[in-house]
Ligand binder design. Sequence first.
Ligand SMILES: Nc1ncnc2c1ncn2[C@@H]1O[C@H](COP(=O)(O)OP(=O)(O)O)[C@@H](O)[C@H]1O
Ligand SMILES: CC(=O)OP(=O)(O)O
Ligand SMILES: [Mg+2]
Length: 403
Amino acid sequence: MTANPTRVLVLNSGSSSVKYQLLDMADGARLAVGLVERIGEETSRLAHTPLATGGAKRETEAPIADHEAALRAVARELAEDGLGLDSPELAAIGHRVVHGGLKFTEPTVITEEVVAEIERLVPVAPLHNPANITGIRTAQGLRPDLPQVAVFDTAFHTTMPESAARYAIDVETADAHRIRRYGFHGTSHAYVSRETAKLLGKDPSEVNVIVLHLGNGASASAVRGGRCVDTSMGLTPLEGLVMGTRSGDIDPAVILHLSRNAGMSTDEIDSLLNKKSGLIGLCGDNDMREIRRRIDAGDERAALAFDIYVHRLKKYIGAYYAVLGKVDAIAFTAGVGENAAPVREAAVAGLAELGLAVDADLNAVRGDEPRLISPASARVAVAVVPTDEELEIATQTYALVSA
Ligand SMILES: Nc1ncnc2c1ncn2[C@@H]1O[C@H](COP(=O)(O)OP(=O)(O)O)[C@@H](O)[C@H]1O
Ligand SMILES: CC(=O)OP(=O)(O)O
Ligand SMILES: [Mg+2]
């Protein structure tokens, strides 16, 4: 055994994908990064880049049936470069866990009780928690001696005041079933709000930031002095913004109407709202790149889907502006937020009275570094701040096991 192992493997298991990174926390070096996509479909894809050896990205297309098979494939890829899970330099494995309920407000070393609690929360994170549990079990099987740490998407949002966290429904019913707003993507909102403060040359405690995490799942948060005071996702990751395949906010009576008058079962409605709604439900595509291509070719359905997406986003910017009272910065992050300049431009269009504007030239710049896209004279900074959930999970995991 190496005296002080400093490497952390991070597993970010999503509903149909696994993102992973191997980092050395002694110097923050990324040794390997990769992604397994389309798990459970006919052609799954694994892309692995062994940064430590300077080797080229290796891409394989083959069916990968489930998350366990995905992790075993990842372990094989790592082993090929001498970075296998048997390495004595590995200090811990950090897992993204989407729903931690109210119990987990901090990164937590995984025990059987912790797994049981994550399992208990499956009904409120059906797309995510089962994949997270499989990731944990498979990693435990491969390295039973290593500490495994859970870093929860919900943790950053536990500072929300009751006025933002409670739904206006009967209190006894809500409490009996632990129905409240938990919020998700917390590691990203935490990391991006801190990086935004850094970009402004300030301490996080000095700034109010609206973070817009726009990936396949999407959420907004209002962060006052480094603490989350509101976020758009709720009991589950379905509430809030229009997403790739999820509806976000709807009148809850839509569900009753579909159940009573359209003959749909609860499972069918669940699948409708989580998998066949949002951008894909509106225009048949959930990838913003494809939607922009279609708009450029004159496709009206794609244009309407884009407008609905942006309209919701703008409503949340206005809402969180009001919640915070004073806003120092708005930060766009995740796949859409970091790459789709037209989304950023449209989301703040017409908000000059609020001190919000985007400079067209700055907005067109591409890059991996945090950057400002607002004109120098703007009262509120608008920024693109790439998220790094894996680095944040690794940092929290290592802090816990090396303490
Ligand atoms: N160059 C790009 N232009 C526009 N949208 C992009 C671009 N690259 C990625 N995206 C969007 O980002 C989404 C994925 O974001 P990501 O944060 O990786 O999501 P998740 O973690 O939820 O899988 C894609 O579905 C696509 O819509
Ligand atoms: C919580 C959530 O929606 O996560 P993702 O964006 O990875 O689907
Ligand atoms: Mg994501």
